[in-house]
Write a protein that binds this ligand. Sequence first.
Ligand code: GLU
Length: 384
Amino acid sequence: MSNFLSGHNRIVIKIGSSLLIDRERGVKRTWLESLGEDIVRLKEEGRQVMIVSSGAIAMGRKLLKMPRGPLKLEDSQASAAVGQIALSRIYSEIFGRQGYEVGQVLLTIGDTEERRRYLNARATIMTLLDLGAVPVINENDTVATNEIRYGDNDRLAARVATMVDADLLVLLSDVDGLYTAPPLEDPNAEHVPLVETITPAIEKMAGAAGSELSRGGMKTKIDAGKIATESGTAMIITAGQRLYPLSAIEKGERATLFQASGTPRSARKRWIAGHLNPPGRLGVDDGALKALREGKSLLPAGIVSVEGEFSRGDPVLITRYDGMEVGRGIVAYDSEDAVRIAGLRSSAVNEALGYEARAAMVHRDDLVLAVALEVACQEADAAE
Ligand code: GLU
């Protein structure tokens, strides 16, 4: 496990409520400061790090002096409203002191499941990372209802990690990894340091437990592991209670590593390439073919035809003049706007749409190129 963090460039750290909040004293500030220093160190080594923080409800119920025990929905929503702002202030102070801004991102389940909203959330988090800020993400528990919510931040963190193509998700928890059986129930349970693939046998080891402060037990952690690893993100579960919990992982502290089943890129691109019926087609000119070959994004200027009805975030085929497929991608505009801006230079796009638009029709991160692209480029060269 030592050196393990150093092999990863985009890392999501999930913090469980029970690590962060003490029922009597509130936020465990010294601990959080030590984690903050760990994160700043990683950032200064050139890595992008974001936090998925639980603890809003736990913090809010303490501030509002709510009784122990399960909360009614409206009480937990109110607790989240009060707790979230308090938590954000503390994050902002801790990172601010070290020269970093914090960006609060509150997501509902629709933001990760609906493709358009997914892309929006992704773009915001990516921009925060590019700007050097530390995104601090949580479920928007103030508006989430029992039926429409994640409820646990383990799976939310896994979705966020795959959304931003993170290569590592670290679940800081009150358990130091997976055991062959729930350790509190079975004294013979043995720690499992490495999980190569999440098989039904691994799932059975998890049991179902959770505590009053944190919703996710080992089961939601395994569910998170499935979401993450199938999309190319490795996952570590470790006990986060000690100070400098990320340094502790590097020093070989006990943990379970779930290996990723592919690289982040190939998993995302598999999703794009594997779509059965892309609802749209973008015909492109020779200049665009060459730009694609050089690894650039597909800009509106290079588009000569738009077919089909699609929404922003849908997969589309990219074709040359005779319909030959040269690639596939996720489109950044819906079909109406795509028709309106096809062939326009970037400067004219904003004017045509009446708002400050995105530069690319299909961003290069959202493109999968076909072998036929090379052929198309050679033919275009020969025709010149
Ligand atoms: N989103 C919840 C909160 O901030 C926590 C969910 C969980 O414990 O996983 O309070």
